[in-house]
Design a protein around this ligand. Structure first.
Ligand SMILES: *[C@@H]1O[C@H](CO)[C@@H](O)[C@H](O)[C@H]1NC(C)=O
Ligand SMILES: *[C@@H]1O[C@H](CO)[C@@H](O)[C@H](O)[C@H]1NC(C)=O
Length: 268
């Protein structure tokens, strides 16, 4: 008798609990879709599916699950373009910069002040933006034409990216040596220096670009080779800021890597 009572009581409780969980999970699955804007205006379901698909593609590029893509999937070019020109891209990049500041100011690094503390910056989509070029060249939907991209780089008119200029000078003012390691080729050196200086970057310790030998090497090997040279010279690499994973692959491992968003192109 008492057992029966307990049994029915637990059945009732289980049912109530089930209903409760059911309600919570169904409403939260709607909330968790960040691109679900149904509460603001009515969007065609198919449009939403495409947005969801493209946002998943983009996130998986950022977390480095999707690697080595040569073009953005055709149906997602618009989405990637919207993101890369949006205030969300700016906010995401600003957040990265904030995290770098937090890292540097929270006693991350015992700076010795012996001139060997160092920081690595990448250039494109890190300090300078090539988005003005890609706006006129398919926005990731076309295979990158390096001769036409390099011709654009020769014009030295890439704008500085928001917040990076401040960060660059803050890091320099801490007495940390700045190394710019770029996948750009040597012949672009003077146009790159002009471009950097024109928009306000100056006072780096070394600008390292790909020489003829490095051009045939995968970017990740080139970057790791350069880091090894720096470490051999006695530098302590406290961090890297880059939009590509390939800049921090392999040995030697920097203390921290900060990845900026970029879903237009992938450098392996
Ligand atoms: C790449 O760009 C160059 C210079 O703009 C052009 O002459 C060439 O035809 C382009 N190549 C391809 C494959 O589109
Ligand atoms: C990070 O820095 C600490 C010193 O603060 C050092 O002991 C450690 O080896 C460094 N780690 C890497 C991966 O460089």
């Amino acid at each position: 008798m008492a057992n029966n009572f307990l049994l029915s009581l637990s059945l009732i409780m289980a049912t109530i609990l089930g209903l409760f969980i059911g309600t919570v999970s169904s409403s939260s699955s709607a909330d968790w879709n960040i691109l679900n804007q149904k509460w603001r205006f009515k969007v065609e379901k198919t449009t939403n599916d495409l947005k969801t698909y493209c946002e998943s593609w983009r996130i998986n590029v950022e977390v480095n699950n999707i690697r080595g893509f040569s073009v953005v999937p055709q149906e997602c070019v618009d989405h990637v373009k919207k993101y890369m020109t949006s205030s969300q891209y700016k906010a995401d990049s600003e957040r990265t910069v904030e995290e770098v500041r937090l890292y540097l100011s929270s006693g991350c690094c015992t700076l010795k002040g012996d001139g060997k503390d160092s920081w690595i910056f990448d250039i494109d989509e890190t300090l300078l933006s090539t988005i003005p070029y890609f706006k006129n060249h398919g926005f990731g939907g076309e295979k990158v034409n390096s001769s036409s991209l390099e011709a654009w780089m020769m014009e030295s008119k890439a704008p500085a990216l928001d917040h990076k200029l401040e960060l660059f000078h803050e890091i320099k003012n801490r007495g940390i040596k700045i190394f710019l390691i770029s996948s750009r080729k040597e012949f672009l050196r003077s146009s790159t220096v002009d471009n950097l200086v024109n928009v306000g970057y100056h006072g780096w310790t070394r600008l390292i670009m790909r020489g003829l030998d490095d051009e045939i090497m995968a970017a990740r090997k080139y970057h790791s080779k350069v880091r090894q040279q720096l470490v051999d010279e006695g530098y302590r690499i406290w961090g890297i800021l880059s939009d590509q994973w390939s800049t921090s692959y392999g040995l030697p491992i920097p203390n921290r890597t900060f990845k900026l968003p970029n879903s237009i192109y992938y450098i392996a």
